[in-house]
Design a binder for this molecule. Structure first.
Ligand SMILES: NC(=O)c1ccc[n+]([C@@H]2O[C@H](COP(=O)([O-])OP(=O)(O)OC[C@H]3O[C@@H](n4cnc5c(N)ncnc54)[C@H](OP(=O)(O)O)[C@@H]3O)[C@@H](O)[C@H]2O)c1
Length: 313
């Protein structure tokens, strides 16, 4: 009997790549639907690559035929002239509908922690709408809700280290005392795989074993890469304004105001049990020589579609 087919959106990206490693190691067949079919493929012929054909419903459904599970990581990080949350919500609804039409057995959908608690923020509102759409779909599903992920190719933790390496002081948004619980991306992949094999509708907060106040996370990263940097409490709007001149220099959006609000409201924190064992402090120590050496750009990932995330400059 053929191994079950898992379809993963974005297998050449961040979370999707870790998940694909695990799926292949577990003996599954894996197909990816991607906006970047020409990105270097570390999996060779073991990975079947198809376009994410949002504008062709027939092709989208055909690309999902035979799948036991659809793992959906597709989303956009902010509104931009190249992409919007509304578009991402529309596209994801089409993906869900296509999965239903194609007879997919289960959807494992990546959402965000507290997706239903911040409808005034467009990122959260979109994620909330999609969780509701999934509930209406009547197809067994798992909703996995990470807050922050770290590990090979991450953006937030890497870019905190990048800023620490380059700036004499590190500005905090207010007192920096809001908490977050980062989860390693490989533990996220293991959680998704676990929920792929469960029955019925399931949900999990994807949080790690360590909780940090944001200011302590910054100090921990600084200490790990052997830097002494004072942290400075700033009015949040001012601290965010200080990131803005970097955007045109880096050709990116370093951090959106909505992301600052989500962080400060404690939306990256949860009291749920740890979803994986990997401690950020251990991982950062193991990667202290490379962490933050290179800025990780969201926009470059979207524009340089034939380059591996790790190789983007
Ligand atoms: N990374 C985190 O710390 C974090 C935290 C909380 C929640 N999440 C959630 O986790 C999921 C996966 O995130 P990730 O960080 O692993 O992302 P990722 O691998 O960079 O991207 C995941 C997928 O979305 C596609 N995509 C991303 N931005 C896009 C854009 N602007 N236009 C078109 N397609 C776009 C990618 O396209 P390609 O097919 O071209 O690669 C890929 O298929 C998302 O749902 C995200 O909301 C992530």
């Amino acid at each position: 009997m053929a191994a079950p087919l898992h379809v993963v959106t974005g297998a050449l990206g961040y979370t999707g790549r870790s998940l694909t490693e695990r799926l292949l190691a577990a003996g599954a067949r894996v197909r990816t639907l991607t906006n970047s079919p020409n990105r270097p493929n570390p999996f060779g012929p073991a990975l079947d690559i198809h376009p994410l054909a949002f504008d062709d419903e027939g092709a989208l459904a055909r690309s999902l035929e035979g799948a036991a599970v659809l793992h959906n990581t597709y989303w956009v990080r902010f509104n931009h002239r190249l992409f919007t949350f509304d578009q991402a919500v529309r596209n994801t609804r089409r993906l869900f509908d296509a999965a239903k039409r194609a007879g997919v057995g289960r959807i494992v959908h990546v959402s965000i922690l507290h997706a239903d608690k911040a409808d005034d923020l467009a990122y959260y509102r979109g994620k909330h709408q999609l969780e509701d759409a999934l509930a209406d779909l009547a197809l067994p599903h798992a909703i996995i809700r990470p807050g922050v992920l770290f590990g090979r190719g991450d953006i937030l933790v890497n870019n905190i280290a990048w800023a620490l390496r380059r700036l004499p002081v590190f500005g905090l948004f207010g007192d920096g005392r809001y908490r977050l619980r980062p989860l390693h991306v490989d533990d996220m992949a293991a959680l998704m795989l676990d929920h792929a094999s469960r029955q019925g509708n399931t949900r999990a907060d994807a949080v790690g074993p360590e909780a940090f106040e944001y200011r302590d996370l910054v100090r921990t990263i600084a200490a790990t890469i052997a830097l002494r940097r004072p942290t400075l409490r700033l009015p949040p709007r001012l601290a965010h304004a200080f990131t803005k001149p970097l955007d045109p220099i880096l050709g990116d959006v370093v951090l959106t105001w909505e992301e600052v609000l989500g962080l400060m409201r404690g939306l990256l924190d949860s009291d749920a049990p740890a979803a994986g064992p990997t401690r950020l402090t251990d991982w950062a120590r193991a990667h202290q020589d490379t962490l933050g050496r290179r800025y990780a750009s969201e926009i470059a990932r979207r524009v340089q579609r034939a380059v591996d995330y790790q190789q983007i400059r």
